[in-house]
Design a protein around this ligand. Structure first.
Ligand code: AMP
Ligand code: MG
Length: 405
């Protein structure tokens, strides 16, 4: 059994970043930049008005003064107007500044009077002007390789005229739920049967990571059923198998993977919940989409324990970083938030224990039963607290809580 850190490092070092691809900017949300991006234009790209009002020469625009309105400049093509002392140009937010003007007086601060305005305030040079480049200089880095495309970064790229962007590869995944006791929701339960919740859990977590889930299957606890499902699933970049990875007579996943030629890299990790975690891979030669070249196809296999909380925790600790690496992300860690612990906690065991709890208003409160089958508690939780073996945490102590939503 290896440590949790060793397992995560090995998983992340084994998987490979997929080839990057070009996508329309509008489709890039939550993808990771495959290159650095630099500003092509300054922002704003030209001096413009921050208000609806009048462009003026500040030194000739004083309280109780009168100015003659000589033209109008809306947002849009520059009409190349020129303002001199004693004159004003009607102007609107975002419109280019007429030559000669060095300030905008807000429309609320003037009283129109025929073709003139009388000014009700003193105006200083530079007022309500947005200067070219004051927000962003041309050439400045706007997004680093490996960073996530968020709504605002996409807007910034759009402001620079990028129609397409290079992002990390699209990862595909197949999910297999194993277990003779499992029934699909919607069907009738017989005594001893339970509904399959892991396939829903894992598909949702995969989608949250930006993975395209190509197949979700159920396999019985028999060799043939597993072989068939695995052979189909290994066509994806990632295969996640839930259940059947422990040491019981009905835990056939590891043997099935070996029989089909998988290399098992990790089996059993010192983590609670989640000890039976398995990681392996298939390598096969495939002909490329043009039918010409033989290419190496790798499928990374994750065997997660069947207990829902174990599947959840091992997904977040080991599968998620692997996926992010494959998609070209730089930061593979879950967000950590400091919080005040609402109750003391001790880990008497020999494995790090992930406690499920609720983080609210800076406080972290463990919720529900801390057992690996306790799905209700997990559903009420929004954070995970790692308690190291032998560690004792006091109430009110500040701890770092992992957040996933
Ligand atoms: P296993 O890892 O196959 O030994 O399963 C451990 C526990 O998780 C058992 O109580 C199973 O019934 C339960 N379990 C396994 N697969 C699922 C699933 N897909 N959905 C809900 N519970 C499951
Ligand atoms: Mg089972």
């Amino acid at each position: 059994m290896i440590s949790e850190d060793e397992a995560r490092t090995q998983v992340v070092q084994t998987v490979l970043a997929l080839p990057s691809r070009q996508v329309p900017l509008s489709r890039a949300l939550d993808c990771f930049a495959a290159q650095d991006y630099f500003a092509r234009l300054p922002l704003p790209a030209f001096d413009n008005s921050a208000m609806d009002g009048y462009a003026v020469v500040a030194s000739s625009c004083k309280k109780h003064g009168r100015l003659r309105v000589i033209g109008e400049q809306p947002a849009g093509p520059d009409r190349n107007l020129r303002v001199s002392d004693g004159e004003a140009v009607r102007i609107f937010t975002g419109a280019p500044i007429p030559q000669g003007a060095d300030a905008i007086v807000m429309q609320e601060d003037v009283t129109p009077d025929g073709t003139d305005i009388s000014v009700n305030v003193d105006v200083e040079s530079g007022e309500f002007l947005r200067r070219r480049g004051c927000d962003l200089a041309a050439g400045q880095m706007i997004l680093a390789r490996g960073e996530r495309m968020r709504a605002a970064t996409m807007a910034l790229l759009a402001s620079q005229g990028f129609a397409d962007v290079m992002v990390g590869g699209q990862t595909t995944a197949a999910v297999i739920s194993t277990g003779d006791e499992l029934v699909k929701s919607g069907e009738d339960l017989q005594p001893g049967q339970i509904y399959d919740s892991n396939s829903v859990l894992l598909s949702a977590l995969l989608r949250q990571c930006g993975v395209s889930v190509t197949a979700v299957e159920h396999s019985r606890d028999d060799r043939q059923s597993l072989h068939d499902a695995i052979k189909r699933g290994m066509k994806s970049h990632i295969l996640i198998i839930s259940g059947g990875v422990s040491v019981g007579e009905h835990d056939l996943v590891k043997d099935a993977l070996l029989e089909l030629g998988a290399k098992i890299e990790i089996w059993r990790v010192a983590v609670k919940p989640g000890k039976p975690f398995l990681f392996g891979r298939f390598e096969s030669e495939r002909v490329d989409s043009a039918g010409k070249m033989a290419v190496l196809h790798q499928c990374f296999v994750f065997g997660l324990p069947g207990n829902p909380v174990s599947a959840f925790v091992t997904f977040l600790q080991f599968v998620r970083p692997a996926i992010l690496r494959m998609m070209g992300a730089t930061n593979l860690d879950l967000r950590q938030v400091p919080a005040k612990l609402a109750a003391g906690l001790t880990n008497d065991g020999d494995r790090p224990h992930y406690i499920r709890g609720r983080l609210e208003d800076g406080k972290f409160m463990p919720v529900g039963r801390q057992e690996s089958h306790a799905l209700f508690g997990l559903s009420q939780a929004n954070g995970l607290l790692r308690v190291a073996p032998g560690q004792s945490l006091k109430s009110d102590e500040i701890v770092d809580v992992q957040i996933w939503d």
